[in-house]
Design a protein around this ligand. Structure first.
Ligand code: BES
Ligand code: ZN
Length: 637
């Protein structure tokens, strides 16, 4: 990758901050001074000069204070120095209180070193520049996180179902730096160990080996991550957790109230791991457990290694929303094993994973369900492609001057997935599966760019199987905005949805009445398709009649309920708006809250009401959900 203007800007601004703005609490002046020129590496969202010095292993030692909402203690970083004699280590930090920095000599004794905390770069935080004396390969940083740490959510006793406090991290894409000073780029991988002390009546878990099946009365927990991971996969949670086994190497952690329903809903977990291995090679992480979070968890799921995080809003009672579990599990190969080197390459993580997820779902539930899910994704993607900026309509995107949060939209997910579908179509399933198994094996535990993928595919697909697809076609998928014309070859179709379309039309034209719709046979996804097709077409009277027939406002399935609430906003349907209020106070999953707040803000009657509801809901929301809701409501830009 070449130096972009952004890189230059960084170099200059870091240069400036090192000369002009030193930390409020300057380090003891020791020689030599940190040299002034900091060049930014190939990841525009990290200050770390990781090609010269990088973290290889980390030892965390932290105390969690649930009342003060802090993690405090120290981290010891073992370094590797590909450029010998390079005398500076640059770490990413954001809102951390750095208390002390010491080099650790090979004999274990400390050597105070000179360090500076640079100027605040907003969401990127502040670089921590540390002088590395000759021969030093270990650095210890004593620090504490702040209550407002963007990557941590602290819930007090009144905000959980157990009545006890809860804390969880969300490090992706670049929030690990808000709870550990580190090189916060997916290009750097390291192993780690951790000791964490929490309140005795709570349990500490991490995305690592060593999670216990029962609370430890001492309150002290030990973890180890023997496989090298990037920082965005670091995860910690503390709460009133219990465990239920789902198989010899899998299980569920949740607050007591959720555990039974969660264990029943996710009882296919072990089978999913077996399917994943059968498709794309060994699961290389030991155990695979799920942590069910409180409903304020801002995402559907997060693929933290060995312990993926899952929203309780997919516990539908019938397994209908398990695609999300398949998705997070699939990341154990696509993403966690073979990792995007920077956020511009996110489609390598998410696109492959959505494809892999679909393959697991097909094995478990058949081609009919697979096709329904594919059509939902296709339609959603095409809607996004119609409205998105040109620069956001391609797989590989230049995000260098943007918040990497912006990387997460439908395009890298669903366009990435349809690209792999298209490869399957052109090469055949057998060739593609063999290719993917080799790809995961070849790049295992490495972070790669889109161009690394392209080079590998050129050799193992394009040249090895000539006449199926050209390099130009690959490049069109990766670098041109929108779906290529050839994507029509893999346009998904679902007979089950065609039937729903027929019924919807017959109902709307008065050919059949509500009571005649054969909804007893409809899948959750048919319902979703039915309600998506009614966008902007319902009035409050019709919605009341539908509720009388189907009780949609009482839906337990959050995907269906969400769509019903969207329709309620459009139609100003009072029972729906009432349900919406309690929904917004309970659920903090951004995929739901952001569009709901945006729709309310766009209505002439709803904005003030939405702001008022938001103010009440805000204390229970994650910082990410707050940020998105405030943007949707026009409270911040
Ligand atoms: N890695 C993402 C979660 C994520 C999203 C982290 C955005 C940071 C920013 C996770 O694997 C994911 O994709 N979750 C989706 C579910 C999936 C089925 C599309 C989600 O949370 O909705
Ligand atoms: Zn994902």
């Amino acid at each position: 990758m070449t130096a972009s203007p952004r890189h230059l800007l960084f170099s200059l601004s870091v240069l400036f901050l090192l000369t002009a703005c030193q930390s409020d609490d300057p380090a003891p002046a020791l020689s030599p001074e940190p040299s002034l020129r900091v060049e930014v590496g190939t990841d525009p969202h990290s200050f770390a000069e990781f090609e010269r010095v990088h973290i290889r292993h980390m030892r965390l030692d932290l105390d969690a204070d649930m009342n003060r909402r802090t993690l405090s203690g120290h981290v010891v970083l073992d370094l590797e120095r590909p450029v010998p004699g390079f005398q500076r280590l640059v770490l990413d930090t954001r809102d951390l209180d750095i208390r002390d920095v010491n080099a650790v000599r090979p004999d274990g004794t400390f050597l105070p070193v000179s360090w500076r905390l640079g100027a605040d770069h907003g969401h990127l935080g502040q670089p921590l520049v540390i002088v590395l004396p000759q021969g030093i390969e270990q650095v210890r940083i004593d620090y504490a996180s702040r209550p407002e740490a963007f990557g941590l959510q602290w819930l007090d006793a009144a905000q959980t179902s157990s009545g006890k406090p809860f804390m969880f991290s969300q490090s992706q894409p670049h929030y690990a730096r808000t709870w550990v000073p580190l090189q916060d780029t997916p290009a750097v991988r390291y192993t780690f160990e951790a000791t964490v002390r929490g309140p005795r009546d709570l349990m500490v878990v991490m995305g690592a080996a060593g999670n216990l099946f029962e609370r430890n009365d001492s309150g002290e927990y030990h973890f180890e991550m023997p496989e090298p991971i990037p920082s965005y996969l670091m995860a910690i949670a503390i709460g009133d957790l219990v465990f239920a086994e789902t198989g010899p190497r899998s299980g569920i952690y949740a607050e007591p109230e959720w555990i039974e329903a969660a264990a029943a809903e996710f009882d296919v977990l072990e089978e999913m791991i077996d399917i994943g291995e059968d498709l794309y090679g060994p699961y290389r992480w030991g155990r695979y457990d799920l942590l069910v979070l409180p409903p304020s968890f801002p995402f559907g799921g997060m693929e933290n290694p060995r312990l993926s995080y899952i929203t309780p809003t997919i516990i539908a009672g019938d397994g209908s929303l398990l695609g999300l579990v398949a998705h997070e599990l699939a990341h154990s190969w696509s993403g966690n094993l073979v990792t995007n080197a920077a956020w511009r390459d996110l489609w390598l993580n998410e696109g492959f994973t959505v494809y892999f997820e679909a393959r697991i779902m097909e094995r478990l539930y058949g081609t009919d369900v697979r096709d329904q899910l594919a059509v939902l994704a296709w339609d959603g993607l095409n809607e996004t492609l119609q409205t998105a900026d040109e620069r956001d309509r391609q797989l590989v995107r230049d995000l260098s001057d943007r918040d990497p949060e912006q990387a997460f939209m439908r395009v890298p997910y669903d366009m990435g997935r349809f690209f792999i579908d298209w490869l399957e179509h052109r090469y055949g399933r057998e060739v593609l599966d063999t290719f993917l198994r080799q790809y995961f094996d070849y790049f295992a535990f490495r972070s790669i760019t889109s161009e690394d993928f392209l080079d590998y595919a050129r050799e193992h697909l394009i040249e090895a199987h000539p006449g199926r697809a050209s390099l130009a076609e690959f490049e069109e998928w990766l670098y041109q905005p929108g779906l290529p014309d050839t994507a029509q070859e893999i346009r998904p179709r679902s007979d089950a949805f065609t039937e729903v379309d027929g019924w919807r039309e017959n109902w709307q034209t008065g050919v059949v009445g509500l009571a005649e719709l054969p909804v007893a046979d409809w899948s959750v996804h048919q319902w979703r398709h039915f309600l998506i097709g009614l966008e902007g077409l319902l009035d409050a009277g019709t919605m009341a009649a539908m509720d009388e027939q189907f009780a949609l406002v009482e839906q337990q399935n959050y995907e269906i309920l969400f769509l019903w609430l969207m329709r309620s906003i459009e139609a100003e349907y009072t029972p729906g708006i009432e349900r919406l209020e309690s929904f917004l106070l309970e659920v903090g999953r951004n995929k739901f809250t952001q569009p709901l707040y945006a729709a309310l803000a766009a209505s002439d009657w709803g904005r003030d009401w939405a702001v008022e509801v938001y103010q009440r809901a805000r204390p229970g929301y994650h910082p990410l959900t707050r940020q998105a809701a405030e943007r949707a409501l026009g409270l911040t830009d």
